[in-house]
Design a protein around this ligand. Structure first.
Ligand code: SF4
Ligand code: SF4
Length: 373
């Protein structure tokens, strides 16, 4: 006779899902309509019905490190068709948020990032760091003067590097440690103790899956083609703006070419196109999210959309005020833009943008585990 299996429900976990999203897991009566409705769900490993069952039983370990929760792109079709209004799409969205919270440490950062009352601190803290660093090193010049507006005269590139390079390294370290634990937990759940992950094979899987992830192919499988376009606009603008920043650093140190650059400079053109794509893409995403009356939208979702929009807007305004030759306004807007850039880099592992990393790893692991079966 098979030995009995004891389940240890985590009641706090159930309560957190219910309270976080205004959901009621008890509504689900396991009809499986959601798994049938989901065009991304697979026959050999369907979701989200089983996740609804695990969630209502409080099986946190089976969910937090479950790659299937990352296969969902939150189109909301399953929630619309659920006969019990149990909102499985929103449950998966909440689980992804909990997974980010579990793996991106320290926990205190999530308290800062997930409470709208603390939003002013997300700007006060960077402002203080920037001002203290700027004035403390004597590199920040509050009255740059001169005939032309040159942001490097107000805030030199070396000062930006002194702030943003350590920030980027810390962000990279948080992701490295988080992904390491995430992979270990996914392997323990999937392989049920059958040895460690084969990192070489896993890396090969990531490389082979990357093109499909970048093309957002899974969006095409769901009913959300419009969201695919806006999502891609925002994602590509982030990537190309990172490239632009790198190109300007290269121009400065290797080519000894200082800004401001001509409007017809190819990198400048790319920067402007990326800025417009960031504003337009985030506006479209905000519109689409607002149009989904039934979907649960929390501060976690709105913070990232607001950040992307204002990052683009402040960047464009900075340039326009410089071209309009209004020094006080241009320098002030540049400072505000730096605060948004600080938010983006420093808080990346704790915001919804962490999806970029955890979703990529989870999708790659999903394929890796299939190959290993
Ligand atoms: S979430 Fe809704 S559709 Fe899915 S199994 Fe439960 S009751 Fe059925
Ligand atoms: S929200 Fe969309 S992608 Fe996610 S499980 Fe439901 S139907 Fe599938």
């Amino acid at each position: 006779m098979a030995s009995p299996v004891f389940l240890e429900p985590d009641l706090d976990f159930i309560a957190q899902i219910n309270s976080d999203s205004g959901l009621n897991l008890k509504k689900c009566y396991q009809c499986a309509t959601c798994s049938v409705a989901c065009t991304l769900s697979q026959d050999d490993q369907p979701f989200p019905r089983k996740e609804m069952l695990y969630a209502s039983w409080g099986l946190k370990d089976k969910l937090i490190a479950n790659p299937d929760i990352w296969l969902c792109y939150n189109c909301g079709d399953c929630s619309t068709l659920c006969p019990r209004d149990a909102r499985p799409g929103d449950v998966l969205n909440t689980l992804r948020k909990m997974s980010i919270k579990e793996y991106s440490k320290p926990a205190a950062m999530h308290q800062l990032l997930n409470d709208s009352r603390k939003l002013p601190w997300l700007f006060i803290i960077p402002a203080l760091i920037i001002i203290i660093m700027g004035l403390g090193t004597g590199l920040m010049n509050l009255s740059p003067g001169g005939d032309r507006i040159v942001f490097a005269h107000f805030f030199p590139v070396v000062l930006i590097e002194m702030i943003f390079i350590p920030l980027s390294l810390i962000t990279g370290l948080v992701f490295f440690l988080g992904v390491k634990r995430f992979l270990k937990d996914m392997q323990a759940t999937a392989a049920q103790g059958k040895g460690p992950i084969d990192y070489k094979q896993f890396l090969i899987t990531i490389i082979t899956q990357l093109p499909a992830i970048i093309r957002h192919e899974r969006f095409s499988s769901s009913s959300e083609n419009n969201r695919k376009i806006s999502h891609m606009m925002v994602a590509f603008s982030f990537v190309s703006l990172a490239f632009v920043a790198g190109a300007f650093v290269f121009a400065l140190y290797v080519l000894n070419s200082h800004g401001p650059y001509d409007q017809i400079n190819p990198v400048k053109i790319l920067a402007n196109i990326s800025g417009i794509a960031l504003i337009a893409g985030s506006l479209l995403l905000i519109k689409e999210r607002r149009a989904k009356a039934g979907q649960i939208n929390g501060y976690f979702d709105w913070y990232l959309l607001g950040l992307a929009f204002f990052l683009g807007i402040t960047g464009m305004l900075t340039q326009m005020l410089r071209l309009a030759s209004i020094p006080w306004a241009a320098y002030s807007m540049y400072f505000i833009h730096l605060l948004f850039a600080f938010n983006l880099v420093a808080f990346l592992p704790y915001t919804k943008l962490a999806h970029l990393v955890y979703r990529t790893v989870a999708i790659a692991f999903h394929h890796y585990a299939k190959e290993k079966k």
